[in-house]
Write a protein that binds this ligand. Structure first.
Ligand code: ADP
Length: 158
């Protein structure tokens, strides 16, 4: 069975993330979406809130699971018995960072490889950072995130 990990902050989940999850779930037998619990950053949503939102996203995808992790991605991948990391690529600006990360992870664990899925063109501009920014000024984020995420965002910026 081929298991892959799709790691990220998902703060919040956007249509761009959902597109990658749906496509990766068709390529691998089992996909684990790993929510990074980065204690040095102050996220908008707690890990528990991000887990809950992603659980709704994947409710109709039987081979997808949600988990959270802190520490090294290579250790999380080992614990999940996975040798594949899935990442999304939006633009050339993502490439440099992603290349560096994938090579670092490969050196830390020679059995671990990173697979890149290119963004659907209609989401190529979309990032959680932009969504948080627009929402903080009470802008319309309906084109970026599902309705239930939009509602949760509104509560944060009341
Ligand atoms: P961000 O805050 O940049 O949206 P995350 O850390 O949550 O990012 O991203 C997790 C993964 O999802 C990364 O590989 C990122 O490149 C990818 N991703 C994020 N947004 C999109 C998008 N619009 N299209 C494709 N991949 C995306």
């Amino acid at each position: 069975m081929k298991t892959a990990i799709y790691p990220g902050s998902f703060d919040p989940t956007t249509f761009g993330h959902i597109d990658i999850i749906e496509r990766a779930s068709k390529i691998f037998d089992r996909l684990i979406v790993g929510i990074l619990n980065n204690r040095s950053k102050k996220p908008l949503f707690t890990v528990e809130e991000r887990v809950d939102m992603l659980q709704i996203v994947i409710k109709d995808l039987p081979n997808v699971e949600i988990a959270s992790f802190s520490g090294l991605l290579v250790d999380f991948a080992k614990a999940c018995d996975s040798h594949v990391i899935v990442r999304g690529l939006r633009a050339i600006t993502d490439f440099e960072y992603e290349l560096q990360m994938s090579q670092t992870n490969h050196i830390l664990d020679a059995e671990l490889d990173t697979v890149f899925l290119t963004t659907d063109l209609k989401y190529s501009y979309l990032s959680s950072t932009t969504v948080r920014e627009v929402a903080s000024f009470h802008g319309d984020i309906s084109a970026f995130v599902p309705e239930f995420v939009e509602r949760e965002m509104r509560k944060k910026f009341l």
